[in-house]
Design a protein around this ligand. Structure first.
Ligand code: 3YP
Ligand code: ZN
Length: 379
């Protein structure tokens, strides 16, 4: 494996985004002992800890996080949404928009640091200071719509970074690959009518949001086939995910010819995630990342930026994340995933016919993409 210069974003303040104990499944409607919200800093701080303790940090290029400006946010979000978060954050905290997205005092600045951290990673890659990058940011972003946050997300980190790259870095077409176990509905909404952004989401069928992410959703008028959903059935393992990458993501991206790839990197397809029912292992995430790096080599000079999304196992996420960072940087820390012994030989991994059917349907959309693409702007 070739060694690469891999940029890495993490900021201590990401851990300070306070989601409390009172909401959703964790709040359990008043009939259960309050529990720390699933989206806490735990899995992410421990991932950052393993990056240090494994020594991999010494082979990465640290990229300082910065706050996205109002103008950066407003390329994607409505002024009403931005101002409401600003106001509630300056007071006692509030909710991103759906009642499942609590935040404490000061989270406006942390959410801007998450969007800005993804922007900084994109800037470093596009300007050639690094070959690729991983932005370990928090709060996550892939559910955030233009006018509201939802599903633990306040602002669209990936959306804001893409609009910044197009407005200020001269980037044209961009592809998003989202392997978080939940549907990337926010990015889908933001770029629905945009033929220059390809949004691909691989997720557990009808998990969250419940009624979005079907293969039928392919993009708006003039942007047909630039949304691709691969809603895999619960239980899918490494085989289904890698088949989705090889048979849908790869041909779609080769046909679309982006100049940059953004990855919404959620580790909740993990076999031990409390919010998902998939069976992906650290080795599975490693192979997905390695293939995505190859696809980036083939289409856009290797320019690929991962932005962290979900993943709620405090003990597994660090190893899944380290595996991805090893694949990006071409290094081997020698650290082994302690779960490998129980997961790696699971019968969940071989591709099953009911998973193949879904991939086949998405394959048809991917195949259409290569045909008659216009250059950005000429349509
Ligand atoms: C949001 C509310 C219930 C499920 C939850 C999903 C958050 C997530 O990890 N999105 O990627
Ligand atoms: Zn998720």
């Amino acid at each position: 494996m070739t060694e690469r210069r891999t940029g890495y974003v993490w900021h201590e303040r990401y851990a300070w985004h306070d989601t409390g104990t009172g909401v959703g499944i964790a709040g359990s409607g008043g009939f259960n002992q309050p529990h720390q919200a699933f989206e806490s800093s735990e899995s992410k701080s421990r991932f950052a800890g393993l990056v240090e303790v494994s020594g991999l940090i010494d082979d990465l290029v640290r990229i300082p996080a910065r706050e996205a400006s109002d103008a950066d946010l407003l390329r994607v979000h409505t002024p009403e949404h931005v101002d409401r978060i600003r106001r509630e954050s300056a007071d006692r905290g509030g909710d991103g928009g759906d009642g499942f997205t609590p935040f404490g005092r000061g989270s406006f600045e942390i959410a801007k640091l998450a969007a800005g951290g993804t922007m900084a990673a994109v800037e470093a890659v596009v300007r050639g200071r690094v070959d690729n990058a991983y932005a370990l940011v928090r709060p996550p972003g892939h559910h955030a719509r233009r006018e509201m946050g939802m599903g633990y997300c306040i602002f669209s980190n990936v959306g804001v970074a893409i609009e910044y790259a197009r407005a200020e870095l001269g980037v044209g077409r961009v592809a998003i690959v989202d392997y978080d176990v939940h549907h990337g509905n926010g990015a889908q909404q933001i770029f629905w009518d945009d033929p220059d952004v390809l949004a691909i989401s691989i997720h557990q069928d009808r998990l969250f949001p419940q009624d979005s992410g079907s293969v039928e959703e392919v993009g708006g008028v003039g942007a047909e086939d630039t949304t691709i959903n691969i809603p895999l059935p619960a239980g899918s393992g490494n085989g289904a995910y890698l088949a989705a990458i090889d048979r849908v993501v790869r041909p779609a991206i080769l046909g679309f010819r982006p100049e940059l790839i953004l990855v919404s990197s959620g580790f909740d397809p993990s076999a031990v995630d409390p919010l998902g029912c998939m069976s992906v292992t650290a080795g599975g995430f490693r192979s997905m990342a390695a293939r995505l790096v190859e696809i980036a080599d083939e289409t856009c000079g290797g320019r690929i930026v991962f932005s962290h999304e979900g993943g709620y196992s405090p003990v597994h996420v660090p190893f899944c994340g380290l595996a991805v960072l090893e694949a990006l940087s071409g290094r081997d820390t020698g650290v082994e995933d302690p779960f490998a012994i129980s997961f790696d030989d699971s019968p969940a991994h071989p591709l099953q016919p009911w998973q193949d059917t879904v991939i086949e349907r998405a394959e048809e959309i991917a195949a259409r993409l290569g045909l008659g693409r216009a250059e950005p702007g000429e349509r």
